[in-house]
Design a protein around this ligand. Structure first.
Ligand SMILES: O=C(O)c1ccccc1NCC(=O)[C@H](O)[C@H](O)COP(=O)(O)O
Length: 224
């Protein structure tokens, strides 16, 4: 089970999380987010200079091609996560340059299987997250693109043949380890690469509670 921790904002936290053996470290490049990498003074040259055995992932929301590749260079990113309404074609344009995670966000009536199939050939890894139903006031708060701490019904994945490795995401919290382990018995879990941890493992937005993450990883059975 791979672990991605998203919304890292300081080098100290990157260092502590690397020591826990996490596989993916997410840095958010979306200014309205309370976890925006630069909000806490994090700079590209610092991130680029540190070497840990993990993937540095830049998270973008409908950013332009040039902006994404500029950040890849500046921060020494290994992967990008596209968390907005990027089309399969947009993902394909980036794939020759950098590994792409496409985040798919499911609201109640979205067709999970069809949406996944649409992106299978156009991404290296999927991240399945919760979409908000989008009443007017939520639509207007753009920061609600991710990190909202809400879960979509994982039961909607049960029985599906997912033809691409995926990270399970969306409001995962301390105490979910047993449920995630039980999900491993489902056929959809054949493609489950790991889990994505974010707002439910923070003491404040952008500040990860490393001890909570350490305990959760232990409950999951450790990192491999
Ligand atoms: O975390 C954010 O603030 C964020 C804002 C805009 C786009 C993406 C964002 N996070 C990306 C992630 O991959 C999150 O970890 C994912 O949405 C799950 O977060 P949570 O619901 O807090 O578990």
């Amino acid at each position: 089970m791979k672990i991605k921790v998203c919304g890292i904002t300081t080098l100290e936290q990157l260092h502590e999380l690397a020591a826990l053996g996490i596989h993916y470290a997410g840095f958010i490049f979306y200014p309205p987010s309370p976890r925006h990498a630069e909000r806490f003074g994090l700079r590209g040259a610092q991130v680029k200079a540190v070497r840990y055995p993990l993937y540095k992932v830049g998270v973008f929301v409908d950013a332009g091609y040039e902006e994404v590749l500029r950040r890849v260079e500046e921060y020494g990113l290994d992967m990008v996560q596209l968390h907005g309404r990027e089309s399969p074609w947009t993902c394909e344009q980036l794939m020759p340059h950098i590994d792409v995670i496409k985040a798919l966000r499911f609201a109640e009536n979205d067709h999970v299987e069809w949406t996944i199939r649409h992106y299978t050939a156009s991404t290296d890894l999927l991240l399945l997250d919760t979409g908000v139903p989008a009443p007017k006031e939520e639509r207007e708060n753009k920061a609600l693109h991710g990190g909202i701490g809400r879960r979509f019904s994982w039961n909607r994945l049960r029985g599906l043949a997912v033809d691409k490795p995926f990270l399970l995401s969306g409001g995962i919290e301390p105490g979910d380890a047993a449920y995630i382990r039980s999900f491993l018995t489902d056929s959809a879990a054949r493609s489950l690469a790991g889990v994505d941890l974010n707002s439910r493992f923070e003491s404040a937005p952008g500040i990860k509670d490393v001890e909570k993450i350490r305990r959760f990883i232990a409950e999951l059975g450790g990192t491999q």
